[in-house]
Write a protein that binds this ligand. Structure first.
Ligand code: TYM
Length: 334
């Protein structure tokens, strides 16, 4: 069976972009066609400073978010990256495969490192090699992500190809990115040219998965829009980033295409559409927030799920790592 792997950083403020671009897709792929592995990438999170207590809390909260959204820890393997040491071990091998120049081209590195990149951590620079290891240590074939991860997945294929070529093997698969649906790039509610992000200073720019119904409705009511009525076809949204974003969110929440949504709401003003969107968002998201809050009181249960996940994961990753070491020429223990 084909295998799915994806990860999310436990760096706080799990938001609607993470849900629609990633978690909701993870739930869709769960089931008989795929074996699914989903990961809280705490080792990626610390490539920028994380307060230790906050990191622990965010990791458990992310796990609660996965489960509350419909990831079944029996059907899927749910793990915390640092509990499956083969990720970091394969990442070292990939650090020796990937080239400095490849890493320098990564837009996420350039954005996160900012102007003074000499002051960025070495981990932030090597980030994509660890991400490639996350995926390839499972021989994963499909990786559902939002649009912003596309470049990292291309690099994952480059690393797999160079490893296979340098050692003359056909060992690591060429992973397929799965970037699908109406909300692969959810934008800020305050600025249609910026993506919704965990780190935006304005809380009004994003819908957090932990927001209660009132906060959620208020953020949607205040979302930036333009004064025109909604068009009746998707191409009428091309030059209207804020309007397009709200319609995309509606479509993704309701599992509809953008055209299907517009055939219903085309011609309406935002004064009418926003309350519809708020109602839909509350109906879909408030139960998830409530379930997350409930699970956060069951910390022992969350921790048990993660250690059980790590045990199951290592049955897959340990043999793949060992085989990699054999290919590289590392003497096995007797
Ligand atoms: P992260 O933690 O930034 O985001 C997690 C997932 O959410 C998606 N996403 C969005 N989708 C739509 N609109 C948005 N505004 C938005 N913001 C975030 C991301 O595309 C991602 O799918 N490098 C990864 C984590 C990672 C990973 C992996 C992913 C580590 N190892 C292996 C896949 C496979 C990251 O920083 O995601």
């Amino acid at each position: 069976t084909p295998r799915v792997f994806s990860g999310i950083q436990p760096s706080g403020n799990l938001h609607l972009g993470n849900y629609l671009g990633a978690i909701k897709r993870f739930v869709d792929m769960q089931g008989s066609d795929f074996e699914t592995v989903y990961c809280m990438v705490d080792m990626h999170a610390i490539t920028v400073w994380q307060n230790p207590q906050d990191l622990m809390k965010s990791t458990r909260e992310l796990c609660a978010g996965f489960i509350a959204s419909g990831i079944d820890p029996e059907q899927s393997i749910l793990i915390n990256q640092s509990q499956v040491p083969e990720h970091a071990q394969l990442a070292w091998i990939f650090n020796c495969i990937a080239r400095m120049g490849w890493m320098q081209r990564m837009t996420q590195f350039k954005d996160k490192a900012g102007k003074n990149s000499q002051n960025a951590s070495l981990g932030l620079f090597a980030y994509p090699a660890l991400m490639a290891a996350d995926i390839l240590v499972y021989h994963a074939t499909h990786v559902p992500v939002g649009d912003d991860q596309k470049q990292h997945l291309e690099l994952t294929r480059d690393i797999a190809a160079k490893f296979n070529h340098d050692y003359g093997v056909d060992f690591f698969p060429m992973t397929e990115p799965v970037i699908k649906g109406a909300a692969t790039r959810v934008m800020s509610l305050r600025d249609g040219s910026k993506k919704m992000s965990k780190s935006d200073a304005s809380d009004a720019s994003r819908i957090n998965m932990t927001d209660d119904a009132d906060t959620l409705a208020k953020k949607i009511r205040k979302a930036k829009t333009d004064p025109d009525a909604l068009p009746s076809e998707a191409k009428g949204l091309e030059e209207r980033p804020e309007a397009r974003n709200l319609v995309n969110i509606y479509a993704a929440l309701n599992d509809q295409s953008v055209d299907a949504v517009l055939s219903e709401v085309g011609g309406k003003q935002f004064g009418e559409f926003k309350p519809m969107l708020a109602e839909l968002a509350v109906a879909k998201l408030a139960p998830i927030a409530e379930e997350m809050a409930r699970l956060m009181n069951e910390q022992t249960e969350i921790d048990r799920i993660l250690s059980r996940g790590a045990e199951r994961a290592r049955e897959i990753t340990a043999p793949i790592l060992r085989k990699t070491y054999d290919i590289v020429g590392m003497v096995p223990p007797t």
